[in-house]
Every structure is written in structure tokens, then in C-alpha cells.
Design a protein around this ligand. Structure first.
Ligand code: FAD
Length: 389
């Protein structure tokens, strides 16, 4: 079908990609985003080949190559001694899977998606619209906003993240599960970092119940790190909060100087902390003309770096499902059928890794990371542009 009128709730990576896929499939799309001005909090994202293929299918292959860095040489180091426990071979994704693995700045990917969508329809993204509820009938869906306004479409795609209002209205409120981990993400201007702290350019440092991974973004103009530690509970107001460099340093105080010196360079306004949550898989995401996509459908812990990747795959499949189906309910059923088992497999993969990745013994962590990376690569062959739907 073509010529539909879709409502997409949320202008994160999932929502923008879904809107782009629908717009490319010939639909008028309105993306309804609660914040007044869109723009992503900066941090790094791994775009594995399966996500690269979804972006190529959405027409963003060139943009991905322009904003992405292929991983540089890497190693896993011991937290206390700094000893290199494993050298990581040059990433072979391009040779093995036909598409490189890229590291991107989230803001760059977000901006590429928004630019491509606005090139098709400059009015596609509406900000300052917070979805409160929706009603669906036999022919369409009315989205109601907290400011009293409303919009009508022939379908509603809830891409409103882990705290999805769409999901809560469809299936009731369930509580997200705290995974027992928190993550700090920092971005440091590359020019501030002495070269000896960046040897090798990509590095994971493993220590008891903690890990820090760093890699360059924007050809080294920024050094991105994510530092994860176990915590018994998440006591903060909010799911992602501003943190302090002192707090990260305190958590990683027994790590070797290359790590602590790097953390100390984090600009105070670029240090954020995330409580890591997931939700139990839903048996279905769809009711009639309304469905869920990305973290709204399947929030997963970030231990395999597949949350945004799965949202990109979802989006490519959603666009194809609309192109193939005779009507909206059929399109949403096709989308869900094609995606459900795969994202649950990715969620379970990520969940099953956490205990071993954050074991007490670095040697055990290294073994777990090797096995985890091998398992993760089993996801890389998927082509959202051509799998059966
Ligand atoms: P979100 O990004 O949460 O977007 C939801 C949007 O909906 C937001 O813009 C929000 O403002 C809007 N919204 C919410 N409610 C409403 C409402 N009621 N009305 C209107 N708008 C609303 N993934 C990877 O693929 N690779 C990685 O390397 C990776 N690393 C990660 C590291 C960490 C530490 C964390 C925490 C996550 C990581 N992820 C990674 C996961 C990834 O960030 C998420 O899976 C992804 O961003 C989800 O995108 P989304 O569009 O579904 O949701």
C-alpha cells in the first residue's frame, strides 16, 4: 500500500528511521516528539554490519561511511597492571559481511536521519508534542497530546523509548527491570588526550565487576568511553542523569593510571550516568493500527550494543511491510512477524552475557568477551532489506 498517513511517536533513532522508511515507501509521516528541539545527547554507538545494511536500504550508506569510523586496532587490558591480556585483530566485517562495522557519534546518525527525512518532507518532524493517549477505530488513530492538541493518522508507531506511553496504553504498565548495572558515558576532545593514554586506539579495560571501553569518534576528534559497574540499586531521579567526573573516578579508583587519567580529562558538562534497565519481552507489540518499535517494543541492556541496531532493522522491515501489504493491520502484522523472534534473541543474548562480562576475575571476563563477540557476529548476516517478510 502507498499514500497512507502515519503517526510516529518519538524522534529518537528508531522513530526517525521508521519515519524515513515509511516516507520512502510513499506515506505521509508526522513524527511527534516531546522535546522542544530535537538533538541527541552525544555518545558513541556501534553500528554493526546488520544495522549498516538497514541504513543502506534506507538510502544512507554514503552518510554512514562519512560519519562512521571503522574500529582501529584494539586490546583488552588488565585493570590493575595495565597488561595487555588480548590483542584484538583488525575488524574483518567488511571482508566477511560485505559491510564494515562503524563507530558513530549518536548525534551524527540522528542528524543524518533527520536530514534525509526532512529532504522528503520538511514538515515531517513536529516537536513539543507529548503523546498522552490515543484512540483507534476501524479507519484510523487519533493521537492526543498533553497540551490538548490532537492529530489523526491511519496508523500509530510508538517509538517512544523504554518508558513508552504507547506501550503502557496498549499492554498496561509493567515495571522496567534494573539490570544491576550503571553506565557512565564520557566524550573527551581528542586534542586533550596524551597519545600514551590511547595505546592502542581501541581498548577495553576489565576489572572486578567493572569494565571501561573507549574508542575514537569523528576520526579522533573525540574520544568516547563507556564505563560500566555493578550497583545494587538505581536510586537516582530519572533514568539518565548528569554525573560528576569525581564519581566515575571514585568507582574506577583501583584501575591503572591510563584509565583514571583519561576519566579525569572528561569535561564536566559531558559526563552522564545511565541506570541500565530492560523489560521482559512482550508476546506481541501490535493491536490493530498501533504497534511499537525500538526500545518501546524491546528495550535491552547495552552489553551487546544492539539496541539502536535492532531499531534500525525494525524500521527497514516496517517500510517493506507497508510496501508489501494491502492495508495497515496486515502491514503491522507482517512487521511484527518478521521481527519478533530476532529481537528477543538479541535481548536474551545481551542479558545472558552480563554476569560473565562483569565477573570478579579479569581472565574470566576476557574469555567471556571472546565468546560474546563470536556469538554477536551471528547477528551480522541479517539483511533487513531482503529477509522474507
Ligand atoms: P529513544 O532513543 O529512547 O527515543 C525515544 C524518543 O521518544 C525520545 O526522543 C523521547 O523524547 C521521545 N518520547 C518519549 N515519550 C514521548 C511521548 N510521550 N511523546 C512524544 N515523544 C516521546 N545501541 C546500539 O545499537 N549500539 C550501541 O553501541 C549502544 N550503546 C549503548 C550504551 C549505553 C550506555 C546505553 C544506555 C544504550 C546503548 N545502546 C546502544 C542502546 C540505544 O541507545 C537504544 O536502544 C536506542 O537509542 C533506542 O532508540 P529509540 O529510538 O527506540 O528510543
Amino acid at each position: 500500500m502507498q499514500g497512507g498517513n502515519a503517526l510516529v511517536v518519538g524522534a529518537g533513532i528508531g522513530g526517525l528511521a521508521a519515519a524515513l522508511a515509511l516516507a520512502r515507501a510513499g506515506h505521509r509521516v508526522r513524527v511527534l516528539e516531546q522535546v522542544a528541539q530535537i538533538g541527541e545527547v552525544g555518545a558513541g554507538l556501534s553500528i554493526t554490519p546488520n544495522a549498516g545494511r538497514a541504513l543502506i536500504h534506507l538510502g544512507l550508506g554514503e552518510q554512514l561511511a562519512a560519519i562512521g569510523n571503522t574500529p582501529p586496532l584494539g586490546a583488552i587490558r588488565h585493570y590493575a597492571t595495565g597488561e595487555i591480556l588480548v590483542t584484538l585483530a583488525q575488524d574483518q566485517s567488511r571482508e566477511k559481511y560485505g559491510v564494515p562495522l562503524y563507530h558513530v557519534h549518536r548525534a551524527d546518525l540522528h542528524s543524518a536521519l533527520a536530514t534525509a527525512l526532512r529532504a522528503i518532507d520538511p514538515e515531517a518532524i513536529l516537536t513539543g508534542r507529548t503523546l498522552e493517549s490515543f484512540e483507534q477505530g476501524a479507519r484510523g488513530v487519533v493521537a492526543r497530546f498533553t497540551d490538548g492538541g490532537s492529530l489523526t493518522g491511519d496508523c500509530l508507531i510508538g517509538c517512544d523509548g523504554i518508558h513508552s506511553v504507547t506501550r503502557a496504553q496498549l499492554f498496561g504498565r509493567d515495571r522496567p527491570n534494573f539490570t544491576g548495572y550503571v553506565a557512565w558515558r564520557g566524550l573527551i576532545p581528542g586534542e586533550l588526550v596524551p597519545p600514551d593514554l590511547l595505546d592502542p586506539p581501541l581498548c577495553m579495560t576489565v576489572g572486578p565487576r567493572r569494565m571501561l571501553m573507549r574508542y575514537p569518534l569523528r576520526r579522533g576528534a573525540l574520544i568516547n568511553y563507556v564505563a560500566i559497574a555493578r550497583r545494587p540499586a538505581w536510586m537516582e531521579e530519572g533514568w539518565s542523569v548528569r554525573s560528576t567526573v569525581a564519581e566515575v573516578l571514585d568507582e574506577f579508583a583501583d584501575f591503572e593510571p591510563r584509565v583514571t587519567q583519561l576519566i579525569a580529562l572528561t569535561p564536566a558538562d559531558r559526563c552522564f550516568k545511565w541506570g541500565l534497565f530492560d523489560r521482559d519481552p512482550l508476546p506481541t507489540w501490535t493491536q490493530g493500527r498501533v504497534t511499537l518499535l525500538g526500545d518501546a517494543a524491546h528495550p535491552m541492556p547495552p552489553f551487546t550494543g544492539q539496541g539502536a541496531v535492532m531499531a534500525l532493522e525494525d524500521a527497514a522491515i516496517l517500510g517493506r511491510a507497508f510496501a508489501a501489504a494491502a492495508d495497515v493491520p496486515e502491514a503491522l502484522q507482517r512487521y511484527e512477524r518478521a521481527r519478533h523472534a530476532r529481537v528477543i534473541a538479541a535481548l536474551e543474548m545481551s542479558r545472558s552475557r552480563s554476569e560473565l562480562y562483569f565477573a570478579d576475575d579479569p581472565a574470566q571476563q576476557v574469555r567471556a568477551l571472546g565468546a560474546g563477540m563470536a556469538e554477536l557476529r551471528t547477528l551480522y548476516d541479517y539483511d533487513a532489506g531482503s529477509v522474507a517478510i
